[in-house]
Design a protein around this ligand. Structure first.
Ligand SMILES: NC(=O)c1ccc[n+]([C@@H]2O[C@H](COP(=O)([O-])OP(=O)(O)OC[C@H]3O[C@@H](n4cnc5c(N)ncnc54)[C@H](OP(=O)(O)O)[C@@H]3O)[C@@H](O)[C@H]2O)c1
Length: 247
């Protein structure tokens, strides 16, 4: 779907997986709206690297925890970059929720988790869909997590938020068909949270049939496939997990 000028909004695109997605889409010929919350310098660096690919880029700051209804972000992107064809909901909040199992209930954690991982992506999907429908086409990719259907004991709010995002993805694939394709990518172990010790990392990797963690570029390639690939592919959550989900 990429021929001609296309504009993609990638949330959380300053670092890690979001940055790789932004650069991959730039290489595919897209102008990129680089969203960030705290990583201003990193976002500027991503935008610079997009421009080095010969594409246009701008940075956009938004805190989804403070303001989960982010529809105005779509309007800002359209104002600055002229249009919006592709939305990648990559930004996400993840924290250790507590040991031992079960973690204590924290209203703050649940509210923030749902705000950042569900409500903000939903509001962006709805706002982007209005713009895309006017043009008659569009692609949305939501970054889920392998835990969306295989939850872990110690991260109930995070797992529930990703299950909700996967459900939203499938629901929107129905309601936005046939003009807009909505899919998800469900990464396995790609970049560990910085707080994970080497022992924990090694224990987790041993469970992966591929015997290694995935690379951020591999997630970006999967996102690009869902954006450039067949329009008949919609409502799917594609696991990119080195086979971990088979065990
Ligand atoms: N890394 C993995 O191995 C892995 C595994 C499974 C699923 N995933 C999913 O893949 C996606 C990318 O993973 P990642 O590890 O690269 O993500 P990450 O580093 O945990 O987060 C990506 C970005 O989300 C932004 N963000 C966090 N809270 C925000 C808020 N309140 N408002 C706006 N933005 C906020 C941050 O932007 P700033 O830095 O600008 O604040 C952050 O850089 C996520 O959806 C994640 O759940 C990743």
């Amino acid at each position: 779907m990429i021929p001609g000028k296309r504009v993609a909004l990638v949330t959380g695109a300053g670092r890690r997986i979001g940055r790789a997605i932004a650069l991959n889409l730039a290489q595919a010929g897209c102008d990129v709206a680089v969203h960030y919350r705290k990583s201003c310098e990193d976002a500027e660096a991503t935008a610079r690297d997009v421009r080095l690919c010969g594409r246009n880029a701008d940075v956009f700051r938004w805190d989804f925890a403070a303001e989960p209804d982010a529809a105005r972000l779509v309007a800002q992107v359209c104002d600055k970059l002229g249009r919006l064809d592709i939305l990648v909901n990559n930004a996400s909040w993840f924290i250790p929720e507590g040991e031992p199992t079960p973690p204590d209930f924290s209203l703050d954690i649940w509210q923030q988790m749902l705000a950042v991982n569900v409500i903000a992506p939903a509001s962006l999907c709805f706002a982007a869909a209005r713009v895309m429908r006017d043009r008659g086409s569009g692609r949305i990719v939501n970054l889920c997590d392998a835990c969306w259907d295989r939850p872990w004991a110690n991260y109930p709010a995070y797992c529930a938020s990703k299950a909700a995002l996967a459900s939203l993805t499938r629901s929107l694939a129905l309601s936005l068909a046939p003009d807009i394709q909505v899919n998800g990518v469900s990464p396995g172990i790609i970049e560990f949270p910085e707080s994970f010790t080497p022992e924990v990392r090694e224990r987790l990797i041993r469970k992966v049939p591929a015997r290694r963690s995935g690379r951020v570029e591999e997630i970006a390639e999967a996102v690009r496939f869902l954006i450039e690939g067949p329009a008949y592919l919609t409502g799917q959550i594609v696991a990119v997990d080195g086979g971990r989900g088979l065990r």
